[in-house]
Design a protein. Structure first.
Length: 114
């Protein structure tokens, strides 16, 4: 089984796989940040593996909730209406770069994934 295949119980994200994912995400991490993030990701992966190991009845619906939530207790849905922001310039002033009242987003060079 390779690092890129689905993990089995107890498997962690290896440093080579982590470095590859950092490269794909175009992240610029210091060694300290990389070690911290790898450690935290592995903590989360272990938590997911622990949850996956909990035996559940096969007949249990996926949407079952541990606390009963009656339909009469649910708040009503709000109308989905577009509402313009009162001062768009306030948002634009927070952007690193703006041109003609639009956000300027740096181009991300595309590469072919293997």
């Amino acid at each position: 089984m390779t690092d890129t295949e689905k993990s089995s119980e107890g498997q962690e994200i290896s440093r080579p796989l982590f470095d590859y994912l950092v490269q794909l995400a175009a992240l610029d991490l210091s060694e300290e940040q990389a070690q911290y993030l790898l450690r935290e990701l592995n903590h989360q992966l272990r938590a997911i593996q622990e949850l996956a190991a909990i035996p559940l009845d096969e007949q249990l619906p996926v949407t079952t909730h541990g606390v009963p939530f009656r339909s009469e207790d649910r708040p009503g849905l709000r109308a989905d209406k577009a509402q313009p922001f009162p001062d768009p310039q306030e948002i634009l002033h927070q952007a690193p770069k703006v041109e003609d009242d639009y956000f300027v987003v740096p181009d991300i060079p595309h590469t072919t994934l293997e």
